[in-house]
Design a protein around this ligand. Sequence first.
Ligand code: SF4
Length: 411
Amino acid sequence: MSENHCVDVGMESLTELYKIGRGPSSSHTMGPERACKKFIKENPTVDSVRVVLYGSLAKTGLGHGTDEVIRKTVAPLECVVEFDYDTQELPHPNTMDIIGFTDGVQTAKVRVLSVGGGSISYGGRADARPARVYRESTFADIAEYCRRNSLRLWEYAVEREGNGFLEYMSRVWSAMKTSVALGIDSDGILPGGLEVRRKAKSLYRVRQLDESAETRENRLVCAFAFAVSEQNAAGEQIVTAPTCGAAGVLPAVLYYQQQKSKYSDKQIVRALITGGIIGNLIKTNASISGAECGCQAEIGSACAMAAAALGELRALDLDKIEYAAEIAIEHHLGLTCDPICGLVQIPCIERNAVAAMRAINAVSLAGFLWDSRKISFDKVVHTMKETGRDLSSSYKETSEAGLAKIELRGS
Ligand code: SF4
């Protein structure tokens, strides 16, 4: 690692990546919710609020329930939410203005960018940015440090994060387990009007007579991914991993492995931390926002995190963990974000299940082929960023193209 670091180099804490909160969208509900809370706290004298949503926040805000979350957060203050579909020149696809009034006179205004994973840039203020607790910001640098100091990735993170980190990560794992458990025990139709029925419970319970061990594994992993994703779609509590839309992948893989191989919670937390390092690298060097880089940034990142986490559980070395994460993200490159009606349901829920199975396959493949690999994790992350930049905006959480345009069966 080069010794010359300026303040902007490095990565934020994993506590900024894994956030416990309500779905269905980290950038469209958690981010705006945080922004409004901050605004009200900083401007205690305002008695009414006007919020203007731009870009993807405007185009899929209704489907994600952005306006509802804002009104609930601002209540009991009077609140008007406007959707600006026309403004093109924006600092970020998820931009919003919050304007406060006191006795009818404008007294405060702030521009907020919901940058993904529930994180916000508030008024562009330098002090609004979370501290960068990691000095390193590439896998290559981290791997070099770990090798030099004989550390596993999770040990490196614990060293950098400091006090209270392991307790926080235990709470994260506990919240993930709760979301799986509640999800596989819930029935009914998801909100939003698409009439999507929850399927986790039946996937979990309906065992086929001649089911092979492999089919059973797929069914259960999918059931757990559906469970969390359905909880998210229902606006229940989940953990961003790295986002709400992709929240089912990592818990599905880890929950299944814990049930199957009886890993302790302590081991799972170490795996979560390892996956978190991968997610943090993608967040820092590319994006975890569907509105910015398409679904490759959400589901692709989640798959890479799950692959790295599973690699830690299986005690793979650094090279193999890197390769597993690289495979996982490489085969999501170009994946578009085109949720039907802007709801985080179709294709999102199934996509979590497919990515969870893919993460397990990526780890197996990495175990066989690691010594012949040609592409580094850092390079594929860079490629993901470029691919995201080249994707048309209609495939970046605007519900203007792709699956969002097709007519559904039975409708
Ligand atoms: S398609 Fe992917 S990126 Fe878009 S909302 Fe669904 S999970 Fe998120």
